[in-house]
Ligand binder design. Structure first.
Ligand code: HEC
Ligand code: HEC
Length: 320
C-alpha cells in the first residue's frame, strides 16, 4: 500500500512539474508572431477616397462603436472625442481594451505603417504581428475599401489617450499562444467592388463590412464559432436589464423578422433607429447607410434560404 502511495505521489509530482513548466512556457512565449502576406494597400490623399472611408468607418463598418469609449452617443453627431479606444471587453479569459485608432503618434495609430493597418483589417494581425482577438470581421473587405478606411483614419484628429494594457489570465495566454491566429477570408477578398443594389453587394455588406452575420447567427458560447444557420438569428447578448436574442433575417414565412417587409419598410426601419434603448445593434451607425446599401442588404436577405427559427427578441430580467 505504501509503495502504491509513493508511486502515486511521484506521478502527481511529475505532473505538477510538467504543468508548471508548461505554464511558465506559456507565460513567457504567449506572444506568438505571424507573418502574413503584404497587402500592398496604401493610404490615399484623394478626397473622394477619404469620403468613402469616412462613410465606411462611421456607417456600415461602425468602427467607433468599439473604438470610442462612449459608443452610441459619440461620433455620429460630430463629437470631438474621437476613436480614442479604451472600451472594455470582458471575456472569460481576461479583459481587453479597444485600442486608440486616432492618428496620435504616441498612443494611437499615427506611427503605424499603412501596411500594418491594412494587415490588421484584412488578417486580424496586430501591428506587432501578434494575432488579434477576432472582434473585427472585415477580413473579406475589398482592397479599395480598406484603402478608403485607412485613408480616412489618417485624417482624424490625433488624441493622446493611453489605453490600459489587456489583462489576460494564464488560460487566456494559452488561448493566445495556441488558438489565436490570423484569419484568411474565404472566398479571397476582391480588389474592388462597386456599390449597387444587388444581393451580391448586400452579401458583401452583411458579411465583410457590417458584421450582420456575426450577430445574426447563433454561436457557440465558448468558442464563438457559428453553430446555427447564417442570418437565422439566435445569438444571445446580455445587457444590464435582460437578454437580447438576435432576430432571424432569413425570409422564413412565420419566423423571419423581415419576411413581410417591402424594400421601403426596410429602409424606413433603419431611418428610425433603435427601438430598444439597450440594444447592442449599432443602429446609430447604420442609420447613415445610403438607401442603395440598405436595398442591397434587403435583397440579399430575401435571397437566402428560409430557415425556421423563432426567437424572443428581448427578455427582461426578473427583478429579485
Ligand atoms: C466589435 C468591436 C470592434 C469594431 C466594430 C472594430 N474594432 Fe478594431 N479592434 C477591436 C478590439 C477589441 C481590438 C483589439 C483586440 C485585441 O487586443 O486582441 C481592435 C484592434 C484594432 C486595430 C489594431 C491596432 C494594432 O495595435 O495593430 C485596428 C487598426 C483597428 N482595430 C481598426 C478598426 C477599424 C478601422 C474598424 C472599422 C472598420 C474597427 N477597428 C472596428 C474592436 C473593434
Ligand atoms: C452587435 C450585434 C448586431 C449587429 C452587428 C447587427 N445586429 Fe441587427 N440586431 C441585433 C439585435 C440584438 C437586434 C434585436 C434588437 C433590436 O431590434 O434592436 C437586432 C435587430 C435587427 C433587425 C430587426 C428590427 C426590427 O424592428 O424587427 C434587423 C432588420 C437587423 N437587426 C438587421 C441588421 C443588419 C442589416 C445588420 C448589418 C448591417 C445588423 N443587423 C447588424 C444585433 C446586431
Amino acid at each position: 500500500m505504501k509503495k502504491v502511495l509513493k508511486s502515486v505521489s511521484r506521478i502527481l509530482g511529475a505532473i505538477a512539474v510538467i504543468v508548471s513548466v508548461f505554464l511558465i512556457y506559456v507565460q513567457i512565449s504567449y506572444k506568438k508572431e505571424f507573418d502574413v502576406p503584404e497587402t500592398g494597400i496604401r493610404a490615399s490623399k484623394d478626397s473622394s477616397v477619404i469620403a468613402r472611408g469616412k462613410y465606411l468607418v462611421m456607417g456600415p463598418g461602425h468602427c467607433w462603436n468599439c473604438h470610442a469609449p462612449d459608443g452610441e452617443t459619440n461620433l455620429q453627431s460630430g463629437s470631438k472625442v474621437g476613436m480614442i479606444g479604451g472600451k472594455e471587453f470582458k471575456l472569460p479569459f481576461g479583459v481587453l481594451y479597444s485600442p486608440n485608432i486616432t492618428s496620435d503618434t504616441a498612443t494611437g495609430i499615427g506611427a503605424f505603417s499603412d501596411e500594418m493597418l491594412a494587415q490588421a483589417i484584412r488578417y486580424s494581425v496586430r501591428h506587432d504581428k501578434t494575432a488579434l482577438v477576432p472582434f473585427m470581421s472585415y477580413n473579406g473587405m475589398s482592397d479599395d475599401d480598406i484603402q478608403a478606411g485607412i485613408s480616412y483614419l489618417r485624417t482624424t484628429r490625433p488624441v493622446r489617450n493611453k489605453v490600459k494594457e489587456n489583462s489576460i489570465n494564464v488560460i487566456g495566454k494559452a488561448v493566445v499562444r495556441f488558438v489565436l491566429k490570423p484569419v484568411f477570408s474565404d472566398p479571397a477578398p476582391r480588389a474592388s467592388l462597386q456599390p449597387d443594389t444587388t444581393a451580391e453587394y448586400g452579401n458583401y455588406l452583411a458579411t465583410s463590412v457590417g458584421n450582420c452575420v456575426g450577430c445574426h447567427t447563433r454561436r457557440d458560447k465558448n468558442t464563438g464559432e457559428f453553430s446555427g444557420s447564417k442570418f437565422a438569428g439566435g445569438y444571445q447578448i446580455s445587457v444590464s436589464d435582460g437578454t437580447f436574442t438576435t432576430p432571424n433575417l432569413t425570409p422564413h414565412a412565420t419566423t423571419g423578422a423581415i419576411v413581410n417587409w417591402r424594400p421601403g419598410d426596410f429602409v424606413q426601419r433603419f431611418r428610425t433607429g433603435a427601438v430598444y434603448p439597450q440594444t447592442p445593434m449599432p443602429w446609430k451607425s447604420f442609420q447613415t447607410l445610403t438607401d442603395n446599401d440598405l436595398k442591397a442588404l434587403y435583397y440579399y436577405f430575401k435571397s437566402l434560404k428560409p430557415v425556421d427559427n423563432k426567437v424572443i427578441v428581448f427578455q427582461q430580467k426578473v427583478p429579485n
